[in-house]
Design a protein around this ligand. Sequence first.
Ligand SMILES: CC(=O)CC(=O)SCCNC(=O)CCNC(=O)[C@H](O)C(C)(C)COP(=O)(O)OP(=O)(O)OC[C@H]1O[C@@H](n2cnc3c(N)ncnc32)[C@H](O)[C@@H]1OP(=O)(O)O
Ligand SMILES: NC(=O)C1=CN([C@@H]2O[C@H](COP(=O)(O)OP(=O)(O)OC[C@H]3O[C@@H](n4cnc5c(N)ncnc54)[C@H](OP(=O)(O)O)[C@@H]3O)[C@@H](O)[C@H]2O)C=CC1
Length: 293
Amino acid sequence: MAIAIRKVGVIGAGQMGNGIAHVCAASGFDVRLNDLSEDRLNSALATINGNLARQVARGQLDEADRQASIARIIPATSFNDLSDCDLVIEAATEHEETKRKIFSDICPVLRPDALLASNTSSISITRLAASTDRPERFIGMHFMNPVPMMQLVELIRGIATEDTTFEQAKDFIRALNKTITIAEDFPAFIVNRILLPMVNEAIYTLYEGVGSVDSIDTAMRLGANHPMGPLQLADFIGLDVCLSVMQVLHEGLADSKYRPCPLLVKYVEAGWLGRKTQRGFYDYRGEKPLPTR
Ligand SMILES: CC(=O)CC(=O)SCCNC(=O)CCNC(=O)[C@H](O)C(C)(C)COP(=O)(O)OP(=O)(O)OC[C@H]1O[C@@H](n2cnc3c(N)ncnc32)[C@H](O)[C@@H]1OP(=O)(O)O
Ligand SMILES: NC(=O)C1=CN([C@@H]2O[C@H](COP(=O)(O)OP(=O)(O)OC[C@H]3O[C@@H](n4cnc5c(N)ncnc54)[C@H](OP(=O)(O)O)[C@@H]3O)[C@@H](O)[C@H]2O)C=CC1
């Protein structure tokens, strides 16, 4: 039975969670934004405020709407604060065990008819759904980074996702004024099945000394009209997320062409995760980003 979606819970207030909360609030939904720490929630609200202000400055939003949007986002340090949500979108770390633990903790708190979605970049929706008490009302809702700027949401049904869930998810995404593309539930779906091997190949190009950080990013920005070079994009996505997606592809499709570049592994092991740690293929701590290699 279809339910009206009015209140949306977002679990994980990082790069994606704050963007998802932003677009839901700006589209008139009440939002409960959850993360492990109050500090993370406070910085997420500051980021959202800044991005809404950027949209006001660009004339995409008026000041009254900015204020109304930010007022619709309530920080939630406990899953109990999400108990009356109609839809909960998980946007926590790209680590399957983390997601499964979140689902086992949140399901008992939710109304039986509430929908549950994951913003996972690559992990099997069918498998994640099976770890919940509601595989029929579970779906993959894959937003793109940065969420307020990117038009696409990739929608992925698990094997058990019901038609009503699918239709409600489509209606919800349309209410966010986003465009839907439908992907089948296979490793990394469509966008990351194509994009992340390109990013991984750019890292191999650096690793093998074919080009420098600057020459590789310049080549693709000016040679293929990409808005960001692939190494700049990797830092923007997060090198931990890039590595997780490549591991899911490599293990899920059992094809050596998806093996993660050893240099990517090294950066993640060093904690150099890109923009979110101020250092990846570029060092973001100074005036302008400087290549770290
Ligand atoms: C990994 C996955 O699972 C799936 C994915 O998401 S893959 C990644 C998909 N995303 C991309 O490919 C993004 C490619 N890059 C772009 O499209 C563009 O560079 C961009 C849209 C990000 C920015 O476009 P732009 O015209 O340069 O925007 P501009 O006004 O100059 O803003 C640039 C800066 O603001 C950010 N930005 C601009 N508006 C923003 C908003 N409303 N919300 C968040 N960030 C915003 C940009 O990311 C960039 O960050 P910094 O301020 O920290 O430098
Ligand atoms: N980055 C990207 O470009 C895109 C990422 N995605 C997907 O979105 C999801 C989030 O990615 P992203 O935002 O980049 O990751 P981030 O690391 O930026 O944010 C993840 C957030 O989840 C928090 N978190 C971790 N465990 C829990 C938990 N148990 N309960 C609540 N919050 C938790 C983290 O807190 P802490 O840091 O303290 O652990 C962090 O604040 C991933 O599944 C990713 O694959 C999808 C599209 C694009």
